[in-house]
Write a protein that binds this ligand. Structure first.
Ligand code: HAS
Length: 560
């Protein structure tokens, strides 16, 4: 279908800008594995300090890329499936706020004034520009959401009794979760961190700030994940040559995410004494609940792929796995989505280990954790973003994709890289190897009194995986920018491979109605978070002055 020039430009910028910044994000990922493995023993490289690089890596890859992509992909799904364009003014405001916010935060990080990692936990302090930039990026993404509300309600009025297309349902659910969870982080940033970082107040309530962050932080991971789920349900079965085994299963999975994505944040804080046992137990149980939609997805998508394989002539119990279009370069999205799914089997299993209150004690704050999250956010999420970004860029710019062979190899190389890298991290984590630590200056430095030889093979393994991942990313950049800088060769348009459902299922009005789910969502959040909030107010320790990563003494000590 045709898309107006202004919307094509908005989406193209929202794809191009984060992929360009990703070059820095990937470079700092490589520096992480080099620094940790002890190949070098230094606190900074090319003028960028270890924690500064880690902050750039986390913020660019996990916050900037994912947020821009969610908005760009949201615009595209609304336009394609509802045949209506979002509100132009709101979409433009969204784009500009996100650009200005990203530039402010990037400037702060590159200047070394915001080495606070992507979680920006106090008492680590950043320059106010970092917090303001992050706030603008988030508020900008809200405007993207607001730009879809009018066309969506018009569509519903004009199509009474028709099911909302699955991709649109997923997009609206995802941004509803986002709207709710970001209110907490907006409060943390605007009311707590900003005045503290500007020196208006001297100290900060750390437990409250961290609780507000994780109210947002775990829902954030589902905000990353849901665009991939939309692709798995609404596109992958078609791409594989089959049909979706059950549309109702997909709708149910999405609505369960709406209820359970937010009230589980305390599972990141199991080791924090400020929370009572009951608060932790309840959120641990809900965490097992939020795995259910992923189990539903695993079975539904596996059944859809089995159907596709059998249609392609597969025989026997597992023969369908061999018949799928793994190497079809004209259908390269398959490679990105299947590699993500395979990684997610292991990312999901390790997440369930983390959710256990007792096992969490062994793995919390160890290298196990980045092992887990690289098989989730750098698995199904990152691969779906890469595949869909080049796909959409080509369609909307009218430029043929260059180096399609390379584009098809990228996800397999990435998959191999992540498997090796995450194995190294998780093995090290089980041996007590800490995360977020420049091991090369101490623990993996043979000349240091803190030397831990058992962490050398684990960090070396992670280094091998990290190098393979970097090669994969470089090939992707090569193909992406060769496409972006090539000449237009066809009429720009928008087109998604769209799945049909295998059998017409009974119409369940509950799966086409937001209200009951929103009510349950609010009640669950209240039950889970009122005790957590009360716990943070019971905390009677001192509030904290600001710190930097390079010094155990508070900054601006004279002021206090
Ligand atoms: Fe997690 C920490 C628990 C999912 C990301 N998680 C993190 C952090 C990140 C993250 C970034 O309970 C670190 C934050 C930090 O910096 O401190 N996580 C879970 C659980 C799930 C889970 C229970 N996480 C994710 C996703 C993420 C993500 C998704 C990003 C997108 N996570 C935790 C916990 C912690 C945590 C604790 C805190 C730990 C601590 O102490 O700090 C579940 O949602 C996972 C459910 C998933 C499944 C897998 C389903 C499998 C599918 C694939 C099927 C394959 C097919 C292919 C069909 C049950 C759908 C077949 C075809 C073939 C050919 C084979």
């Amino acid at each position: 279908m045709q898309v107006s020039k202004s919307f094509r430009n908005i989406i193209l910028i929202e794809l191009l800008m984060p992929v360009t910044l990703l070059i820095f994000g990937i470079y700092h990922g490589l520096m992480q594995v080099i620094d940790r493995s002890g190949v070098v023993h230094q606190t900074s490289t090319a003028g960028i300090d270890y924690y500064q690089g880690l902050t750039l890596h986390g913020v660019i890859n996990a916050v900037v890329l994912t947020t821009f992509f969610a908005v760009a992909f949201g615009h595209a799904t609304i336009i394609y499936y509802l045949k209506k364009e979002p509100n132009k003014l709101l979409a433009r405001i969204s784009l500009w706020l996100m650009i200005v916010g990203t530039l402010m935060a990037a400037g702060a990080m590159f200047s070394g004034e915001a080495s606070v990692l992507y979680t920006f936990y106090p008492p680590l302090k950043a320059t106010p520009f970092f917090y303001l930039g992050a706030a603008l990026l988030i508020v900008g993404s809200w405007f993207g959401f607001y730009s879809w509300l009018k066309p969506y309600s018009e569509w519903r009025r004009e199509n009474r009794g028709t099911k909302t297309p699955l991709a649109v349902l997923g997009t609206i659910i995802n941004f509803t979760i986002w709207q709710v969870c970001t209110i907490a982080v907006a409060y943390e940033v605007l009311v707590m961190l900003l005045p503290w970082s500007m020196g208006f107040v001297k100290t900060i309530n750390v437990p409250l700030a961290r609780m507000l962050f994780w109210f947002f932080g775990h829902a954030l991971v589902y905000f990353w994940l849901l665009p991939s789920y939309i692709m798995f349900y609404a596109m992958l079965p078609k791409i594989a040559g089959g049909k979706l085994y059950s549309g109702n299963a997909g709708r149910l999975a999405l609505f369960i995410f709406l209820i359970l994505s937010v009230p589980v944040g305390v599972h990141h804080q199991f080791s924090e004494p400020v929370f009572e046992k009951g608060t932790k137990l309840f959120q641990s149980i809900l965490t097992y609940g939020v795995a259910i939609p992923s189990f539903i997805t695993a079975f539904t998508i596996a059944a859809s792929l089995e159907y596709a394989g059998r249609k392609r002539g597969a025989k026997g119990l597992f023969g369908w796995m061999k018949k799928l279009p793994y190497w079809d370069k004209n259908n390269f999205l398959f490679a990105y989505l299947i590699c993500g799914l395979i990684l997610f089997i292991f990312g999901g299993a390790t997440g369930i280990v983390n959710a256990s209150y007792s096992l969490n004690n062994i793995v919390h704050n160890t290298a196990w954790m980045p092992g887990h999250f690289h098989m989730t956010v750098a698995g199904p999420v990152f691969l779906a973003i890469l595949g869909m970004s080049i796909y959409l860029y080509s369609k909307l710019s009218g430029k043929e994709i260059k180096h399609k062979n390379l584009v098809t190899i990228v996800p397999y190389l990435w998959l191999i890289g992540i498997f090796i890298f995450s194995t190294g991290l998780m093995w090290g984590g089980l041996l007590g190897e800490p995360r977020r630590t420049d091991l090369g200056v101490t623990y993996t430095h043979p000349g240091n009194s803190l030397y831990h030889p058992e962490w050398v093979p684990t960090t070396m393994l992670a280094l091998v995986g990290g190098i393979i991942m970097t090669v994969s990313a470089v090939l992707y950049f090569w193909a992406f920018f060769a496409t972006a800088f090539s000449k237009k060769s066809f009429e720009p348009h928008l087109d998604f491979p769209t799945t049909e459902v295998l059998h017409e299922e009974r119409e369940l009005s509950i799966l086409n109605n937001f209200k009951p789910w929103l009510v349950v969502m609010i009640i669950t959040i209240i039950i889970a978070y009122v005790p957590a909030l009360t716990d943070t107010f019971k905390y009677n320790g001192p509030d904290a002055p600001p710190y930097n990563t390079d010094n155990p003494v508070p900054v601006d000590l004279n002021k206090f």
